[in-house]
Design a protein. Sequence first.
Length: 146
Amino acid sequence: MYSLNNISPVPDDIDYLGKVLVRADCTPAYFDEYLRLKRYNHTSNHADIRWMISKLFTTTNGTISNRDKRKVGAQYTSMDKKLVMDLLFSAFEKHQYCNIKQLVDMTKQPVVYLKSILREIGVYNVTGTHKYTWELRPEYRLRWRE
């Protein structure tokens, strides 16, 4: 049974088993040592501790510098179309199926320019064992073999 000096009466919908013989009201003992202990716990737990981490450079500067390096290394200039076609034919002499990454490495041409030429002379395989690779069209295969 809960009570606070008869300020709030006990509701009627609570059922009790047995008899209530003695009423007991409990309050915590607020003596000086207890208050000192609580004050110490409160101030010690909420102490503001901060550390400064020294960094050589910020992450933004690092990513920008890496991005610039990648752009400089990956820029290619377009050569004449006939020269690129000769390079592609020599690449397809070595391997019948090549992916676009291999062809870019062999010819040192921009990907968009290389794909425009490959659409004219090659077939892009989407299914089968040679998935996502290029091969020469049959009419060009016969031409460079002769």
